[in-house]
Design a protein around this ligand. Structure first.
Ligand SMILES: NC(=O)c1ccc[n+]([C@@H]2O[C@H](COP(=O)([O-])OP(=O)(O)OC[C@H]3O[C@@H](n4cnc5c(N)ncnc54)[C@H](O)[C@@H]3O)[C@@H](O)[C@H]2O)c1
Length: 247
């Protein structure tokens, strides 16, 4: 696949799997993340570039995406996987927590999407894939701020799919379920009893395999497809890659 791709959040989990999957498919990639050591190591192992970037820093985002475009000689696609999980009862969310998660999970994709726009406009079949979460589409008890931030990126993506279609840019949003560092963080909050009950729920509610998926085998290949011209007639879609969870 002859595509030039920026992967945001490429140091860990699904983003790292996207770097590997896209590289294997023949794409040229610049991976961005605030986690420098890990990000560099993942990118270098895949034979790709890495640049440090905090998605909440507007000036840095615009400068780094311009630099990435220079390294690649243009940009065909941006995949934004960077995000954080914050949990807690809805009634306890304070302004600082709300602002922090919105900054990274909602404002972050807005900034990277805006910054890459002038580069994508130069191509004729460009695309954006933003990561949201099933929590944008269904209730997520103990995660209301996270769910709200993912609802924001879902709505943002749907709207730019229409606004930027005139530039030939597709934009889709992915709702994954994958065994990553973020998933481990989610499990770490549970005691033994809660963990056993949660695993039972997953077993009952995920028809394909009864557990979250593998980032490399189950999630990243879908992103590689979305970046490819095979997906040229898909835009504005909510794409759940979750083994059938919530159906
Ligand atoms: N794992 C899941 O089951 C799951 C479920 C629903 C949604 N998601 C979403 O998928 C995406 C990827 O999740 P993951 O599970 O791979 O998580 P992860 O924690 O393994 O990776 C997230 C990456 O984002 C980077 N990041 C965080 N804040 C950043 C910032 N300010 N600037 C730059 N980089 C930053 C981290 O350094 C990390 O490399 C996230 O947006 C997440 O919300 C994941």
């Amino acid at each position: 696949m002859d595509k030039k791709v920026i992967v945001v959040g490429g140091a860990s989990g699904v983003g790292a799997a996207c770097v590997r999957s896209l590289a294997e498919a023949g794409a040229s990639i610049v991976s961005l993340d605030r986690s420098e050591e890990l990000g560099r190591s993942v990118a270098e192992q895949a034979g790709q570039h890495f640049l440090t970037c905090d998605v909440t820093n507007r000036d840095q985002v615009f400068a780094v995406i311009d630099e990435a475009a220079g390294l690649l000689g243009g940009v065909d696609s941006l995949v934004h996987a960077a995000g954080i999980l914050v949990q807690g009862p809805a009634e306890d969310i304070d302004d600082e927590t709300w602002a922090h998660i919105m900054d990274i999970n909602a404002r972050g994709p807005m900034l990277t999407n805006q910054a890459v726009l002038p580069h994508l406009k130069k191509g004729d079949r460009s695309s954006i894939a933003n990561f949201a979460s099933s929590s944008a589409l269904t209730a997520y008890p103990n995660g209301a701020a996270y769910a709200a931030s993912k609802g924001a990126v879902t709505a943002w993506t749907r709207t730019i799919a229409v606004e930027w279609a005139r530039f030939g840019i597709r934009a889709n949003v992915i709702h994954p379920s994958a065994r990553t560092a973020m998933f481990e963080q989610h499990l770490a909050k549970m005691n033994e009893e809660e963990l056993a009950a949660y695993k039972k729920v997953l077993w009952q509610k995920i028809p394909l395999g009864g557990e979250f998926g593998d980032p490399d085998r189950d999630i990243a290949p879908v992103i590689t497809f979305l970046v490819s011209d095979g997906a040229r007639f898909m835009t504005g879609q909510n794409i759940a890659v979750n083994g059938g969870y919530y159906i």
